[in-house]
Design a protein around this ligand. Structure first.
Ligand SMILES: C[S@@+](CC[C@H](N)C(=O)[O-])C[C@H]1O[C@@H](n2cnc3c(N)ncnc32)[C@H](O)[C@@H]1O
Length: 278
C-alpha cells in the first residue's frame, strides 16, 4: 500500500516527464507501476526512489514504467485499408513521394504495419511509389529498442494480419529460444531499412520538423493519456507538420478537438487537413 502523498508524487512525476495524466481513479494502476519501479531499481524504498527521480535520476526507467505500450500489428485495420486504397494509390497515380510520421510507435507493430501496407499497395497496383519514408517515434526508450530489433512472438501475432498481407514476405521465422512449440518472427532487412526510430516526447514545446513536412501522421491511442488542453496543444503541433490535403489517423476514442473545423472526416478517425490552423 502506498500513501496518498506517494501516489501524488508519482502522479506529478508522470505528468512532468511524459504529460501522462493519472486521475484519482488510477490509484491501483499507479501502485502497480510503483511496484514495478521498485523491482526495476532493485529497491524497496519508494520514498528514496521518488526522491531520486525528483532529482533527475532514473527518468527513462520511470517514464518507461508509467507508459502503457499496448499495440498490435494492423490494430484498427481500416486505417491500413484507407492508407493502401486511398493515400498510397493517389500518391502512385500522381507520382508523388510519401513522407509518413508515426508519433507513438510503441514496440514497432504500427510502423511495420504501415510499411507492409505500402509494399502490398506497390505490388497490387503494379507500380511502385516513387519514394517514401517513415519516421517512428516514442517517448519510451525500452519500446524503441524492441521496435528496432524487429523481433516478435509469432503465436501472439498470428491472427493480426489482414488477408491481403503475406507475412512470409516480411518476416523470417525462427525457433523460440524458450518455448518449444512457438516461433519468433523477425522483420526482414528490406523492410527494416525503410523506417527510422527515434525518441520524441509529444509534450515537447516544439517539434523538430518543418511545417507541412509530412503527408501522413499517425497519432493513435496516445492522446487518451493526456488532459484535454495537452491533447489540443499536441494536435496543433502535429497539424502544423502535416501538409494541406494530408491525412491524420487518430485512435478509436480520440478526436481532432479544436482542429475539427480544419479537417474533413473521411472515415473512422481518419481526417484530411483542409485548412491551415493559424
Ligand atoms: C497504447 S500505445 C499506442 C501504440 C500505437 N500507436 C497503437 O495505436 O497501437 C501508447 C504509446 O504512447 C507512448 N507515449 C506516451 N506518452 C508519450 C509522450 N509524451 N510522447 C511520445 N510518446 C508517448 C507510450 O510510450 C506508448 O508506447
Amino acid at each position: 500500500m502506498y500513501s496518498a502523498r506517494q501516489l501524488d508524487r508519482a502522479r506529478d512525476l508522470a505528468y512532468r516527464h511524459s504529460g501522462i495524466t493519472l486521475g484519482d481513479n488510477k490509484d491501483v494502476m499507479i501502485s502497480n507501476r510503483l511496484d514495478k519501479l521498485k523491482r526495476s531499481l532493485n529497491s524497496d524504498d519508494i520514498d528514496a526512489i521518488l526522491a531520486l527521480v525528483e532529482n533527475g535520476h532514473h527518468i527513462e526507467i520511470f517514464v518507461s514504467t508509467f507508459t502503457t505500450n499496448k499495440t498490435n500489428f494492423f490494430r484498427e485495420t481500416f486505417h491500413f485499408d484507407d492508407l493502401k486504397e486511398r493515400v498510397v494509390k493517389q500518391a502512385i497515380e500522381s507520382n508523388q513521394p510519401l513522407k509518413i510520421y508515426c508519433s507513438a510507435a510503441s514496440t514497432g507493430e504500427e510502423p511495420y504495419s504501415i510499411l507492409m501496407t505500402i509494399e502490398e499497395a506497390n505490388r497490387e497496383y503494379k507500380t511502385a511509389l516513387s519514394s517514401y519514408s517513415l519516421l517512428a517515434t516514442d517517448i519510451d526508450l525500452d519500446v524503441l529498442k524492441h521496435a528496432s530489433s524487429g523481433i516478435y512472438e509469432w503465436n501472439k501475432n498470428a491472427d493480426d494480419f489482414p488477408s491481403w498481407i503475406k507475412p512470409a514476405e516480411y518476416f523470417k521465422r525462427r525457433a523460440h529460444p524458450t518455448k518449444e512449440d512457438d516461433y519468433l518472427i523477425k522483420v526482414k532487412d528490406h523492410l527494416m531499412r525503410k523506417v527510422r526510430f527515434d525518441q520524441m516526447n509529444l509534450m515537447s514545446v516544439s517539434y523538430p520538423f518543418k511545417s507541412e513536412e509530412f503527408d501522413v501522421v499517425f497519432c493513435r491511442n496516445v492522446l487518451i493519456y493526456f488532459n484535454q488542453d495537452d491533447q489540443n496543444a499536441i494536435l496543433k503541433k502535429l497539424f502544423r507538420t502535416l501538409k494541406l490535403g494530408g491525412t491524420l489517423y487518430l485512435g478509436h476514442s480520440e478526436s481532432p478537438l479544436e482542429l475539427a473545423p480544419y479537417v474533413e472526416r473521411c472515415g473512422q478517425n481518419i481526417f484530411v487537413k483542409t485548412k491551415e490552423y493559424l
